[in-house]
Design a protein around this ligand. Structure first.
Ligand SMILES: C[S@@+](CC[C@H](N)C(=O)[O-])C[C@H]1O[C@@H](n2cnc3c(N)ncnc32)[C@H](O)[C@@H]1O
Length: 421
């Protein structure tokens, strides 16, 4: 493949790789997910792929994160399929896509009853668990005890709600509120304590205020975007295995952003949510989840390392092996090989399940380790074409700040790659 990046393209205008603009949009704003892309990017992919207004496209995202692709697909009259390995994120994505079945008045009354009938605080199973709460010999903790207790009280009441969709709305409002009352916030690969966090004084009452605001916002959005008669299939699993079971020639458009090759472990950064929402109850369960994630990080000791049959990837891996001593983790060369191996298998299966003429749109950034620049966008485009995809374009969307850990002076970029079957 003659892979070249185009710096002047029309996608920079309406295909932001940044989630932040979604925070202005109904439903998309239900959970602030830093690692997502914009809804407008997905919309452009749909508009460019659709032959005419009456065609109902089947749109798939095999790394659906917080659900930007399936939600945008449904908003634009498409069918949606979503695969996401992280149970918390999968929950967020599905919840953002639910159909409105109740009136706003009904939901508001339900919310008020819920608040009236629950004590302000009850004891929480997370009190005393690692850094979740204050305790002996701890100088920092994520949640004040009052927040955890207020959370538990609302959680138990919401879990008793019988209607699944109503329950989802209130649960997501509660998770969002709890994270707003967390003493730390996400900052790149870590949780960073907020400035003056000891004085912020979050408690069960602040949590309730947040909860009410979030519920009202969500109820308003259900009214604005009811998503009636929508079809969505969502699966909380590893896309490497799930795609193998999908039917051939069934998809019209694939839009996604895979985990980047930057050693960012979603199961680690979303650890508070995974524990709060009871998806994970111990570090062992977290380890089991990590094992199912794409091999884009070194936080898990993978039992097996692989490398695709690509000279390009082999050269990079061998260069990294020579610089092993300078790498911040000795297993980075193996991670790089395995990442491309995993992505190659994803492209293979996507090609099989896509119909002729389908579009494949993905956003990814380049990487660098020990001053070795890895043109992930070009390499993935190359691997996709080896599996049969025809490369249409590789469009740089923005330059990224270089990470001091890996790449003195190397400017990384985030690109949109477009292919066709
Ligand atoms: C860049 S994010 C996708 C964000 C999404 N485009 C959005 O706007 O919300 C990549 C996602 O891939 C998920 N992921 C990692 N390994 C996976 C796997 N093996 N199968 C399915 N999803 C996986 C991560 O949990 C993460 O949510």
């Amino acid at each position: 493949v003659k892979a070249e990046v185009t710096w002047t393209n029309t996608y920079t205008r309406d295909c932001s790789p940044n989630f932040s603009e979604n925070l202005e949009l109904a439903r998309h704003r239900w959970y602030g997910f830093k690692e997502g892309f914009s809804s407008s990017l997905v919309k452009r992919a749909i508009v460019d792929t659709r032959q005419d207004e009456n065609t109902v496209l089947s749109v798939l995202d095999p790394f659906s994160g917080s659900g930007t692709t399936p939600l945008t697909a449904l908003e634009n009259g498409c069918k949606a399929q979503a695969i996401e390995v992280n149970p918390f994120l999968s929950f967020v994505g599905v919840t953002k896509c639910i159909t409105k079945t109740k009136t706003s008045a009904y939901l508001i009354e339900k919310m008020n009853l819920l608040l009236e009938e629950t004590p302000l605080e009850i004891s929480s199973p997370l009190e005393g668990v690692s850094t979740f709460s204050p305790g002996q010999n701890k100088s920092k903790w994520l949640f004040n005890s009052s927040v955890l207790r207020g959370y538990q009280s609302l959680l138990e009441k919401i879990e008793a709600i019988e209607n699944n969709d109503d329950q989802r709305v209130f649960l997501l409002a509660l998770y969002t509120s709890a994270m707003k009352c967390c003493n730390a916030r996400k900052d790149g690969k870590c949780l960073r304590y907020k400035k003056g966090w000891e004085l912020l004084g979050y408690n069960s009452s602040t949590l309730r205020e947040e909860f009410v605001n979030n519920c009202l916002k969500m109820i308003e959005d259900l009214e604005r975007v009811p998503l009636l008669n929508c079809e969505i299939e969502s699966s909380n699993t590893d896309s490497r295995t799930a795609l193998k079971e999908a039917s051939s020639n069934s998809i019209d458009l694939v839009v996604f952003s895979p985990p980047y090759l930057n050693s960012f472990d979603y199961s680690d950064i979303y650890r508070p949510e995974l524990f709060l929402a009871n998806y994970v109850g111990s570090n062992e369960e977290l380890r089991v989840l990590r094992e199912k994630t794409l091999r884009s990080h070194v936080q898990y000791s993978w039992k097996q390392h692989d490398i695709p049959d690509s000279l390009w990837v082999k050269n990079i891996v061998s260069l990294l092996e020579k610089r092993r001593e300078n790498l911040w983790d000795k297993l980075i060369p193996e991670m790089v090989g395995s990442y491309f191996y995993d992505m190659e298998s994803i492209f293979r299966e996507l090609y099989r399940i896509a119909k002729n003429g389908s579009g494949l749109w993905f956003v990814v950034s380049t990487s660098a380790y020990a001053e070795v620049e890895i043109a992930v966008d070009l390499i993935l485009a190359d691997l996709a074409t080896q599996q049969g995809w025809e490369l249409m374009s590789i469009n740089a969307l923005r330059k990224l700040r270089s990470s001091s850990q890996s790449s003195k002076g190397i400017r990384l970029r985030e690109s949109l790659v477009i292919c066709r079957k």
